[in-house]
Design a protein around this ligand. Structure first.
Ligand SMILES: [Zn+2]
Length: 252
């Protein structure tokens, strides 16, 4: 039994202000390690034999060397394909979600809406769709209340650990550290035990992947980088993906 854990920073426990993410505060990175390790412990306590962990925020240089539970293996996103079950630690809600801490999808600056086959998804949906293409379910998500609600709305009765509640977009009220870690550990533990109950997210292919940018020049720039993208209107680019094979197939 192998578990793949993707991490992000916005939905990490104790991260209560936008600046803590923007400036990669030491405390935010320490909490990233604590939340991640709580999930690793939960998975291993429940019987997982291997745990792969992806440092998934920004360029992926957030982990503090020496602080990841040594039983976990740090990895790239492709390792999803080898796993039996996926988790996301530190997730945030999709762009446009109200009362969500630092809601965005991929780019806080330029992406307004992201859709696959006409339905809006966030980053949680993107990982679920990528893993789902290989038959692997997403069974556990931690993050703010809105991120957890989004995950359950999309995937049904998966395990979630809500470690904070947004107060507007740029502030959050956080659970005490130990309480957050216990929630994450227990949700990870239950997810491994309940593995057979979860279904992979299946995206019908060929899939129509669309990004609505919030300014025309952002759409211009994206199309200059990839001229094969279809321009739908001033804000919107789209492409048709015959099959989802790589994570990048879900991006523009
Ligand atoms: Zn993110």
């Amino acid at each position: 039994m192998k578990v793949f854990i993707e991490t992000d920073l916005e939905g990490i426990s104790g991260v209560s202000r936008a600046e803590m993410v923007a400036d990669s505060h030491r405390y935010a990175l320490e909490r990233l390690m604590a939340d991640t390790n709580a999930a690793v412990r939960g998975a291993i306590d429940a019987g997982a034999e291997r745990v792969f962990v992806l440092d998934g925020h920004g360029g992926g240089k957030n982990f503090i060397p020496g602080l990841l539970d040594p039983r976990a293996e740090q990895t790239g996103i492709d390792r999803v394909k080898e796993a039996d079950l996926c988790f996301i630690i530190g997730m945030h809600a999709m762009a446009g979600t109200q009362n969500a801490f630092l809601d965005h999808t991929q780019s806080s600056v330029s992406w307004h809406h992201y859709r696959v086959n006409g339905r809006r998804y966030g980053e949680c949906g993107q990982l679920a769709a990528y893993a789902g293409a290989y038959g692997i379910p997403l069974g556990m998500v931690s993050g703010d209340f809105a991120a957890c609600a989004e995950a359950r709305a999309m995937l049904g009765n998966i395990e979630t650990a809500s470690v904070k509640q947004a107060d507007g977009r740029n502030r959050a009220v956080c659970l005490p550290e130990e309480e957050a870690e216990a929630l994450i550990h227990d949700a990870a533990y239950r997810a491994v035990k309940r593995k057979e109950e979860f279904r992979p997210l299946t995206i019908l292919t060929p899939a129509v992947v669309e990004v609505e940018f919030n300014r025309c020049d952002y759409a211009d720039a994206a199309r200059n980088r990839r001229p094969s993208l279809e321009r739908i209107d001033g804000y919107t680019l789209r492409r048709v993906v015959p099959e989802i094979r790589e994570y990048g197939d879900l991006l523009i």
